[in-house]
Design a binder for this molecule. Structure first.
Ligand code: TRH
Length: 343
């Protein structure tokens, strides 16, 4: 395929910020590699804080409610199973050559991901009859699609001066304080966590969300309520902190690239399906046992441990796990080779 390659990314915001967060990162990565990304989204409001600067190479569009006279791109990404507008699919079906059509799935460490990654779904009826959609699964092993990791990310993290950045933002810890970020869903374990954090002088930087108004200070624990940051600054926050509490999908991945200890608040599902997903990741990453106890406690599957006794070991584990992940090609590089799209 000759350059520049045009990628259409379709995103529906179900709830929270992960759907858009992942799609925006993908669009940025595409643009950074010299391609063109058109992001079609039904609710772009969060981009006001997540992405105040729009880099060249990205076009932002409202979700097309009616047919648009637009030629579909070389690649069409249907994010997280959002259903593409039928009129757009009809245009895909008459485009020559046909666009490559990919359903980008949610991230999981479960075994089914390796089995399902790359599967084809030929379309026998409807406006896309004749096209073939492929399922592309992000993941943590070589037989998955990998994780988004823009070129140069780890070098940037390595050269980052966290204390200076925190000081510039006005969020510097006092001497002897550790710095912890908190981004989470509603969580009844919050009081127990605050107590455990206070066992050692801690500055807790609370991101917007349901827990932010509930975070209270006590001896040993100072807190600051942060505003919503841009994705770039949120990344820097993760790199600057000694420990990060993250949630969902995108912040969870970015915490792994930060190479710092982190605790994942998994997106809760009604049937408790998230429990198997949590366990699958913990064993895939070979998390230290003490640290797993904290993860289970934070996710409501066990009482929260009274202390963060696994923190030191988690600090050794995190950069090793990052190095293991970094040995695999990143998600966009894998997508490109899967689709035969030049970079
Ligand atoms: O917001 P989330 O809980 O999103 C979730 C998950 O993706 C979940 O899997 C999905 O099913 C659900 O959405 C619909 O957490 P996540 O994935 O970390 O997304 C948050 C995004 O917001 C991420 O891109 C980081 C970004 N962010 C900022 O840019 N600035 C900030 O200050 C903060 C706190 C987050």
């Amino acid at each position: 395929m000759s350059r520049p390659v045009v990628w259409d990314i379709f995103c529906r915001v179900i709830d929270n910020h992960g759907d858009l967060g992942v799609c925006w990162r993908l669009a940025r990565d595409i643009a950074a590699r010299g391609h063109m990304a058109r992001l079609w989204v039904d609710d772009a409001a969060a981009l006001a804080w997540m992405a105040p600067d729009h880099p060249a190479g990205i076009e932002l569009h409202a979700w097309p409610e009616t047919d648009l006279a637009v030629r579909p791109g070389d690649v069409v990404i249907e994010a997280f199973g959002c259903e593409l507008p039928p009129a757009f699919v009809a245009r895909m079906a008459v485009r020559a050559p046909a666009p490559r059509w990919v359903n980008l799935e949610y991230l999981s460490a479960e075994d089914y991901v390796e089995r399902s990654h790359g599967l084809a779904s030929p379309q026998f009826s409807g406006p896309g009859a004749g096209l073939t959609k492929h399922f592309f699964y992000p993941g943590f092993t070589p037989r998955t699609g990998g994780l988004l990791r823009e070129p140069g990310l780890l070098e940037t993290v390595a050269g980052f001066d966290g204390p200076a950045w925190l000081a510039r933002r006005g969020w510097a810890p006092r001497p002897g304080e550790r710095v912890v970020s908190l981004f989470a869903y509603a969580n009844p374990a919050l009081p127990a966590l605050l107590q455990a954090l206070a066992a050692q002088p801690t500055l807790l930087l609370a991101c917007p969300g349901p827990l932010q108004p509930l975070v209270t200070e006590r001896p040993g624990l100072r807190t600051l309520a942060l505003p919503y940051l841009s994705q770039d600054d949120y990344d820097r926050l993760l790199w600057a902190c000694d420990l990060n509490f993250v949630r969902g999908e995108d912040s969870f991945v970015r915490a792994q690239w930060a190479g710092k200890p982190f605790v994942w608040h998994i997106y809760p599902q009604h049937d408790d399906a998230h429990r198997a997903k949590l366990e699958a990741f913990m064993s895939r990453a070979s998390l230290p046992e003490d640290w797993r106890a904290l993860w289970r406690g934070w996710n409501g599957f066990a009482p929260l441990p009274a202390t963060l006794s696994g923190l030191a070991q988690a600090g050794i584990h995190a950069p090793r796990w990052r190095a293991q992940l970094a040995a695999q090609p990143d998600l966009l590089a894998q997508l490109q080779s899967f689709l035969g799209v030049s970079s």
